[in-house]
Design a protein around this ligand. Structure first.
Ligand code: DSN
Length: 478
């Protein structure tokens, strides 16, 4: 697409929106301005390509398409079939998976599809077999009672939240924690790394139906070959949620033991993080689980979003190009440069560094909570999010960590030199921020003191750092 075409497309779209509700058009334009100006270090965010963004804004949004390709509950789905089949084909080719299901609307939806598929595949339930043979009307009340009893309270072993696991891996604030009897494996307190021997012991003791690997705040690679061996040793289904690092798998930075696809029975992901696609989810699996996975809608999903599946097809096609592998490698190089820059300046990092796209700073070394650090950085034009660290004394709300990630800034083109400069800015803010007090003079975990002149100066330097790397350079909204 020519640069002019991108500008024309977005300008025209905004003009049409402005004709109905100008405040929405203004908010969309303001969002682009904000994203252009901020040093975005949120590890789970990225910037999708103009082609991906534009593929979402069209009449595919108007179509219902429950069912799967060629087998829909609505008429007239031939064009939805085309984009869904394309997205699935790109996903299979990109990840080397035999089956791809591209309908999930988000990561939690993808995980719900996987949980359902595993339960349906693994749990002995005559009532479920009857229901799946499409004899639902023949089920008695006793059958339904048995079905609920048999499917309920199954066991899941996943990574603990404060070690970097995800809410949807069996934790109480999420439905997965209410569906499953969950236990966690943590990390070694001395190294911060997963201790596979301890995972094996936990698996032997707990005998889970599902062993889950994957994380949203663990800054290291996971050895999926070892995890699969552990799952096999206790008869568990091995599920990997690769939402955070799917781009690193797609870009062949994570290969061999670190590529989940050949090792897991089922892999889930979002499509908008390091993979750089539209906001959405996806499931990959082998032939054994494919049929159950394809029942995701209406089992746990609402109708598919054909406009987002179209954008998934575009983004996955982009990820199959050779330059995506270069992008994925630069994400990791940048994270390592950022980690090195922080370590050299005296920061404490969980696990002492990174080998993926994220870095977790333990800000207790600066005498701050995660909440204080997050806000002080935000005041200075640096967008991050607070996150628990292992055995966090400040809990999940205030936390003791700041999670930073490089997928978004790498998309803009920033490299190692800019990562070192970013480390300097982060260190400056954190070392010059002090904890504040509440109205009664008592120490506060939320209030902080940062000289506004420091915040302004850092904000200016952060903006200067971004100037040579314009975001969506071809898009001029006028
Ligand atoms: N919210 C995502 C993240 O920030 O990691 C995970 O769901």
């Amino acid at each position: 697409m020519s640069r002019n075409a991108e500008s024309t497309a977005f300008r025209s779209a905004l003009e049409v929106v402005r004709g109905v509700e100008p405040r929405v058009a203004d908010a969309i334009a303001a969002e682009l301005a904000d994203q252009r100006e901020s040093l975005k270090l949120i590890a789970s965010e990225n910037y999708a390509s103009p082609a991906t963004l534009l593929a979402m804004g069209n009449w595919f949004s108007d179509k219902y398409a429950e069912g799967t390709v060629g087998r829909r509950f609505y008429a007239g789905c031939q064009n939805v079939d085309t984009v869904e089949a394309l997205a699935a084909e790109h996903a299979r080719e990109l990840f080397g998976a035999s089956h791809a299901y591209v309908q999930p609307h988000s990561g939690i939806d993808a995980n719900l599809v996987a949980f359902w598929a595993i339960l349906a595949d693994r749990v002995e339930s005559p009532a479920l077999r009857k229901a799946q043979a499409r004899q639902v009307n023949d089920l008695t009340e006793a059958d339904w009672f048995a079905l609920r009893r048999e499917l309920g309270n199954q066991r899941m072993l996943g990574m603990s939240l404060d070690a970097g696991g995800h809410l949807t891996h069996g934790f109480r604030p999420n439905i997965s924690g209410k569906m499953f009897d969950q236990r966690s494996y943590g990390t070694d307190p001395a190294t911060g790394l997963i201790d596979y021997d301890r995972v094996a012991v936990a698996a032997r003791e707990f005998k889970p139906l599902i062993l889950v690997a994957g994380y949203s705040a663990y800054p290291r690679k996971v050895n999926f070959r070892i995890m699969r061996e552990i799952a096999d040793s206790v008869g568990a289904t091995f599920m990997v949620d690769m939402a955070h690092f799917a781009g690193l798998v797609a870009g062949k930075v994570f290969t061999g033991d670190f590529d989940p696809v050949p090792h897991a029975h089922i892999v889930t992901t979002t499509t908008h993080k390091s993979l750089r696609g539209p906001r959405g989810g996806m499931v990959l699996c082998g032939p054994e689980l494919a049929d159950q996975v394809d029942r995701g809608c209406p089992m746990v999903l609402g109708g598919p979003l054909p406009h987002v599946m179209a954008a998934k097809a575009v983004a996955l096609a982009e990820a199959r190009r050779p330059d995506f592998a270069d992008y994925a490698q630069r994400i990791v190089d940048n994270a390592q440069a950022l980690a090195d820059g922080l370590l050299r300046r005296g920061a404490t990092l969980v696990t002492g560094g990174t080998d993926n796209h994220l870095v977790l700073i333990d800000v207790s070394g600066y005498g701050l909570t995660g909440r204080q650090a997050e806000q002080a950085l935000l005041d200075s034009g640096i967008v991050t999010n607070r996150n628990s660290v292992p055995q966090d004394p400040n809990g999940a709300w205030y936390t003791s960590g700041i999670r930073i990630g490089t997928p978004a800034l790498t998309t803009r083109g920033l490299g190692a030199a800019e990562m070192d400069a970013t480390a300097e800015l982060i260190h400056t803010v954190l070392s010059q921020t002090t904890p504040g007090t509440g109205p009664d003079g008592a120490p506060s975990k939320a209030k902080y003191v940062l000289d506004p002149a420091v915040a302004e100066s850092v904000g200016k330097q952060a903006a200067d750092l971004l100037t040579p790397f314009p975001l969506y350079p071809a898009v001029d909204l006028g």
